[in-house]
Design a protein around this ligand. Structure first.
Ligand code: AMP
Ligand code: ZN
Length: 477
């Protein structure tokens, strides 16, 4: 089915909203910068994939066959996005006395499990950086003569050899220079490593022979190489977090232009999600104590509440994480699940009105640069519209599920109750306590009823008297 509203998307390259025209309508090609698998993803990282998932769901729902590639970075990403510091993978291996390969396998699996918990669909292909070293070397050999120069520390790309370097970042040169740590001998501060030579006398876990000596590829190279290999050039859309707009993506564009010997930027559309931020600084992996999806689940929050929290904001707006925000999203999700359950249990009835208008509103909202917040309002109104029969409302719901990925069609409110990891009581224990408390209240033994409530509170179970959603308890964070 093709849905009618023209799809308008914000292109960071032109800093404007543009109507999406696929290069090949039979195969829309999208590349998303993937995780660096030296640690667990924090929930900010996961916002980037809720965004790419929304984009790919919208494209598919609007009738475009899609090829979507996400890479796994297991080499080359230094502790600074410029060419400074250690390789994150090498550093993690040193710190844990495990092999890089074990670390990569562990965190890749954890990342995929996170995506699964968030109903983020698998891409058509995962591509792993270290599986493409030969292609990276071949790419480097092709661009080196016209665009690169060699220093003791490796092979560097000279950004003055391509047109418009940094157009995507759109910032002043002097501002950019301040952000980039300089390597001795670089011609321009923005020049970046294509190949990093292993320091003399240092044995690294990951190093390969190359025409530029033993070493490892620079981080930016993998995305140019793998997008070209699997999607060709030009392809349609390249995504990543907004931090990539400043260094990583301008460098990919420079490499792409060098490779094609033309001014093509590789992808037509460059799209960036804004950050999830938290005042406490817990959104940085280097803070050690950062927020993972598992921590939310351990606290008793269903992962889809986090997905809903992301969908309530526009992907280009900064989103502030707070427990209140997250719990509000969980409550909204419960409300949706309860409404849907009630609709499923209703007897069949004729429809006076039509659900068509709601499908159109969904289409218009997501075609307007993926306005999921607006789509959620249309969903609320659809579910509440008594002129439309329950069956027709549920049928229209399947379109919202296809696009928003909340899985409401099959959801029951019980599914949303997650037992906190630290819970000392089983659900049956809680039910027994609550029954005891009801008896105490019926007998006007308020001291006993309060004692039971306090006992439950100590086990992080909050008794919810008179809750409008009909929950008798909830876990506290
Ligand atoms: P990394 O694993 O660090 O390479 O990051 C994976 C993805 O998460 C990249 O697209 C980043 O731009 C994105 N990202 C990093 N931090 C955040 C954040 N706080 N909010 C949203 N996206 C982020
Ligand atoms: Zn990338």
């Amino acid at each position: 089915m093709t849905h009618g509203a023209p799809l308008v998307l914000y292109n960071s390259l032109t800093r404007s909203l543009e109507t999406f025209e696929p290069i090949d309508p039979a195969n829309v090609r999208v590349y998303s910068c993937g995780p660096t698998v030296y640690n667990y993803a924090h929930i900010g990282n996961l916002r980037a994939y809720v965004f790419t998932d929304t984009l790919s769901r919208v494209l598919r729902w609007k009738g475009y066959p899609l090829t979507h590639v996400i890479n796994i970075t297991d080499v080359g990403h230094l502790t600074s996005d410029a060419d400074a510091g250690d390789d994150k993978m090498e550093a993690a291996a040193k710190a844990s006395a495990k092999s890089i390969w074990d670390i990569a396998a562990h965190y890749t699996a954890a990342f995929k499990a996170n995506l699964n918990d968030l109903n983020i669909r698998q891409p058509s292909r995962w591509s792993v950086a270290t599986d493409h070293i030969a292609e990276m070397i071949a790419f480097g050999e092709r661009i080196a003569p016209k665009h690169c120069y060699q220093l003791d520390s490796g092979l560097y790309f000279d950004v003055s050899t391509v047109p418009d370097y940094g157009r995507l970042a759109g910032a002043q040169d002097d501002v950019r220079e301040g952000r980039i740590d300089t390597v001795a001998g670089k011609r321009h501060p923005q020049d970046f490593a294509i190949w990093r030579a292993s320091p003399p006398g240092e044995q690294r876990q990951m190093e390969w022979d190359s025409p530029w000596g033993k070493g490892a590829p620079g981080w930016h190279l993998e995305c140019s190489v793998m997008s070209e290999k699997y999607l060709g050039s030009p392809f349609d859309i390249h995504t990543g977090g907004i931090d990539h707009r400043e260094i990583h993506h301008p460098n990919e564009i420079a490499q792409n232009q060098a490779y094609c010997d033309c001014s093509d930027t590789g992808a037509r559309w460059w799209m960036h999600n804004n950050f999830l931020v938290e005042r406490s600084g817990k959104m940085s992996k280097s803070s050690g104590d950062f927020r993972t999806l598992q921590k939310l689940v351990d606290a008793g929050v269903h992962p889809l509440a986090y997905r809903l929290m992301c969908l309530q904001a526009h992907y280009r707006s900064e989103l502030e994480f707070s427990e209140e925000n997250l719990l509000a999203a969980l409550t909204r999700l419960k409300r949706l699940a309860i409404t849907v359950t009630q609709l499923r249990d209703r007897p069949p009835a004729p429809s006076a009105g039509s659900a068509l208008g709601y499908r159109e509103r969904l289409d218009r909202a997501v075609s307007d640069d993926l306005n999921t917040a607006k789509a959620l309002v249309a969903l609320d109104e659809l579910l509440a519209d008594k002129t439309v029969s329950p069956a027709d409302r549920l049928a229209a719901l399947s379109d919202f599920d296809a696009v928003l990925g909340l899985g409401l069609g099959e959801m029951r409110r019980e599914d949303l109750r997650v037992r906190p990891a630290a819970a000392t009581l089983t659900e049956a224990d809680i039910a027994t306590h609550l029954a005891g408390r009801r008896e105490a209240r019926a007998a006007k033994d308020f001291a006993r009823s309060d004692a039971i409530r306090d006992e439950l509170a100590a086990a992080r179970v909050e008794v919810m008297d008179g809750d409008p959603l009909g929950w008798d308890w909830r876990p506290t964070l």
